[in-house]
Design a protein around this ligand. Sequence first.
Ligand code: RP5
Length: 167
Amino acid sequence: MKVALLMGSDSDFPRLEDCVATLKDFGVPVTARVMSAHRTPEDVVQFVETDGPADGVRVFICAAGGAAHLAGVVAAHTNLPVIGIPMDNPPLGGLDALLATVQMPGGVPVATVGAGRGGPINAALLAIRILAISDETLAGRLAEFTKSQAAKVHSKDAALQAKLSNS
Ligand code: RP5
């Protein structure tokens, strides 16, 4: 089972590298493609309806900025889960993309993550959680991730306490 990361432009990619890295860290195969709801609409439909699923794609992550219609168009052409990442582009800083991605009409769901640095990571983790429902190995890796994340916070807290007690 594979995740497809679609982005509206190659200019989005530098802010999506954490998404790809997170999927790879969990051993989830990922296909990343530049594909635009506005500039290449036929390519989007071909990939979402036919080529992606034939290649094993089971979750779509769609990143776009500005008038961000990519996730919504993808969701209109598939019954697979779709996760939208609003890109924080100037001049509106991502509020435009956030509203465009999250405000879907009832009946066409897009699970929208936050604009900004956490969004791409959370999109990957949400896709992993979806796949982990039917994959025990992946579920085990998620449990380890959660534990190690908590351990990092505990050690940062311990370091802060040590610093404060010495000042
Ligand atoms: C959106 O337009 C893309 O997702 C990108 O965030 C934005 C700008 O694209 P470029 O003009 O940089 O190609 O569709």
